[in-house]
Design a protein around this ligand. Structure first.
Ligand code: ADP
Length: 252
């Protein structure tokens, strides 16, 4: 039996196929149709695996309701928890920052979800916020971390995406270096997310997931704000898809 996990996010759709020891993954932009994105993920995974019969599919992410081809649709909270426990078994706190939402999940010793908080009301502190601000700085979002100058951190007071964009333009006009602005942005996201973590109590073992975890600057700022190390794996953006694939495996 082949297990497939699809995580159709607001910006990026991720898929993982597990076939015994073999594992394949794919990421594509979600685009305007979450249903089409899910179909494309499955086609691409099937192609990589050289065809696949007897498949179980679990779908998660914001697009999970639009995709009808799965055996089961499961919340992101459950899939992230399952994926993180497989990768970092000691984890008691998950911080997930995606394209348009951020969430914190607390796990018990058995890796079960005991509580969570979610911010999906505004783009502040999410991938979208970073994309808009990177654009205002003329830098690719992937290059933000490499371009920061932590020795000269600028103070950024706006967390609202629209206000932050104009604040950045104002700072640039007054001669503040881009590296300082980026360090300030990372700090402001770190502070905001750390405040969310504190609402549930800061655990001992913190895992950071979602595409924004690829940004080392945010990771550093979050770790400094929480006063604890923050673990990031190569799978950070695929954690939900991995959890979904493992749940698909359980369907047998
Ligand atoms: P969603 O599931 O909501 O679509 P993801 O968890 O896939 O979101 O994260 C998407 C976000 O990850 C993007 O908005 C972007 O800010 C960030 N991101 C993706 N790749 C990178 C990278 N290489 N470096 C820094 N940030 C990245």
């Amino acid at each position: 039996m082949i297990a497939v996990g699809l995580d159709i996010g607001s910006l990026a759709a991720k898929g993982i196929l597990l076939d015994g020891e073999r594992q394949f993954r794919v990421i594509i932009p979600t685009g305007w149709s979450p249903r089409k994105a899910g179909e494309q993920l499955l086609d691409s995974l099937r192609e990589q695996a050289g065809g696949a019969e007897d498949i179980r599919i679990v779908v998660t992410g914001y697009g999970r309701v639009s995709y009808q081809g799965a055996d089961q649709a499961v919340t992101e909270i459950s899939c992230h928890a399952r994926g993180v426990v497989a990768l970092l078994p000691k984890t008691d706190t998950i911080v997930d920052i995606g394209g348009q939402d951020s969430k914190v999940i607390r796990l018990n010793d058995a890796g079960k979800v005991i509580d969570f908080v979610m911010n999906d009301k505004c783009a502040a502190g999410t991938g979208r916020f970073l994309e808009v601000t990177a654009n205002a700085l003329g830098i690719d979002v992937d290059d933000l971390a490499a371009s920061e100058d932590v020795s000269q951190e600028a103070a950024i007071s706006s967390m609202c995406t629209v206000f932050a964009e104009s604040e950045i333009i104002g700072l640039l006009a007054s001669g503040v270096a881009k590296g300082s602005i980026i360090a300030g942005l990372h700090r402001s996201v770190g502070k905001r997310v750390a405040a969310m973590v504190r609402r549930l109590g800061v655990g001992e073992y913190i895992a950071f997931t979602g595409g924004v975890a690829l940004n080392r600057g945010i990771c550093r700022a979050l770790s400094e704000e929480l006063g604890r190390p923050v673990q990031v794996t190569d799978f950070c953006q695929f954690t939900g898809a991995l959890g979904a694939a493992l749940l698909a495996k359980d369907l047998g």
